[in-house]
Design a protein around this ligand. Sequence first.
Ligand code: URA
Length: 220
Amino acid sequence: MSNYKEQILKEIGIPLWRTRGKELSGVEREVSEKFECWDKVTEDANVCESCPLHLTRNSVVVGKGSKEAELLIVGEAPGAEEDKQGLPFVGKAGILLDQMMLSCSEYFGEAYVVNVIKCRPPGNRTPEKIEIDSCFGLLLRQIRLLSPKGILALGRTAAHTLLKSDAPLSNLRGKVHYDSIVEIPVVVTYHPAYLLRSPQEKVKSWEDLNLLKTIFGDVN
Ligand code: URA
């Protein structure tokens, strides 16, 4: 593990696991530290009571996908189906997201998918600031652990959280943001739930995905 990663983990309060007996090889150590830390994020999320949403949730929806992914997709919050199954993007919006990503899988491979907040807001309302702030540490830990090459922010909540901006989504999409709060390039696009309601905007999301490809080395 690089000094940089060690420093970040220390800053966000994740203890490093050290072997006492057998010395692990460099690769074994990387893998074991990585998975112990992912497990810790899940453990911490599952017992989180930092905001009132823990009172109404059925599941804490932590994330899904490959923990080796180079692309992180960040949505807003679990909906009813996600709350039931404990997985992000498994409802109608998730089916559209899967189709969108499948069309680009040769560029990005399997992504890791999370939400800004991990518990469902009642009635699927927009998350409140206190909920976003309470969950922010978990999101940051996930981003640090994955250390993706690029992030796709779906919709306003994800865009505003990652870019510390309150600009309209139409101003934030259509470019690569190199100044995100996590210093990882971010591309913003419409949330798939919005695209289901406004299918005429799908063409813009297609343009955003093409832009995302440029982070991954494709310029066509
Ligand atoms: N919308 C989101 O933002 N996230 C989900 O997991 C499902 C719907």
